[in-house]
Design a protein around this ligand. Structure first.
Ligand SMILES: [Zn+2]
Length: 253
């Protein structure tokens, strides 16, 4: 599976453990708060935002898309079972509508055991620390994207090209995430890393940056907008306007 999807499962594992121990202690408010936090923080404002592109635009049965679908299935299956004692009718309705394993009892969600953590997908502590660094840099990038939107320099974040200007104090942190697909994770069309600390005059910069030694510059992404995925591309197909990724996917449809 893609590492981001394994990150989501690792966070789900922590939720499963927390919820199980809270139920044993009859602390039902802890259960509902933990599930709500997971939905808002991990899923809504980070994970789901990023995987939308893979789900909508990658080839139907590609590993990238199946990997995200697998993570979503495990999350839905686990959350429906975990929340059923509190949100009984809603969870039963979800259960009646979703696909199941052969070993599940499809009649009603409460006839099934809650899931145990999916240890085989869990990331190491070292990998998790890398994702923490990514999320911290992403917060800074989002702050500058917001400023660029505010000054009408860009509309959607996919219209942006981001450059991370990395000083001495931020080097270790940015090095640890430099192998990741940063454009995908920041939901922008392009992301570059440079050690040049001089910021381009034409860019929207700075504001919102909390990581010492890091500056973020945002300009409008070069190239043309792909009509299918809305990402800007400099190698669009002259006839259809599709980016290389979408052109390859559409050719196989
Ligand atoms: Zn495209």
């Amino acid at each position: 599976m893609e590492e981001l999807d394994r990150w989501a499962i690792t966070k789900l594992n922590a939720l499963i453990e927390k919820v199980e121990s809270a139920y044993y202690d009859y602390e039902f408010h802890v259960v509902s708060h933990a599930i709500n936090d997971f939905c808002v923080v991990e899923l809504s404002s980070f994970y789901l935002d990023i995987i939308k592109d893979r789900l909508y635009c990658e080839q139907r049965d590609s590993l990238k898309r199946r990997s995200a679908q697998t993570a979503l299935y495990l999350i839905l299956d686990s959350m429906t079972k975990m929340f059923a004692p509190i949100l009984a009718f809603t969870c039963d309705e979800i259960w009646a509508a979703m696909p199941h394993r052969d070993s599940d009892d499809g009649r009603n969600v409460v006839l099934n055991c809650m899931n145990k953590p999916f240890a085989e997908y869990a990331l190491s502590d070292e990998a998790l620390a890398r994702w923490d660094a990514l999320i911290s840099v992403r917060d800074d990038v989002n702050g500058v994207l917001e400023a660029a939107r505010g000054s009408k320099r860009i509309g959607k974040s996919l219209e942006a090209a981001v450059t991370l200007h990395v000083g001495k104090d931020a080097k270790e942190q940015v090095d640890s995430i430099s192998g990741m697909n940063l454009a995908e994770l920041f939901i922008v069309s392009k992301c570059l890393i440079t050690e040049d600390e001089e910021l381009p005059a034409e860019a929207v910069t700075g504001q919102g940056v909390k990581n010492p030694g890091l500056s973020v510059a945002v300009v409008e992404a070069p190239g043309t907008k792909c009509p299918r995925c809305w990402m800007h591309s400099e190698q669009a197909d002259p006839e259809t306007g599709l980016c290389p990724r979408c052109a390859a996917v559409v050719a196989k449809l």
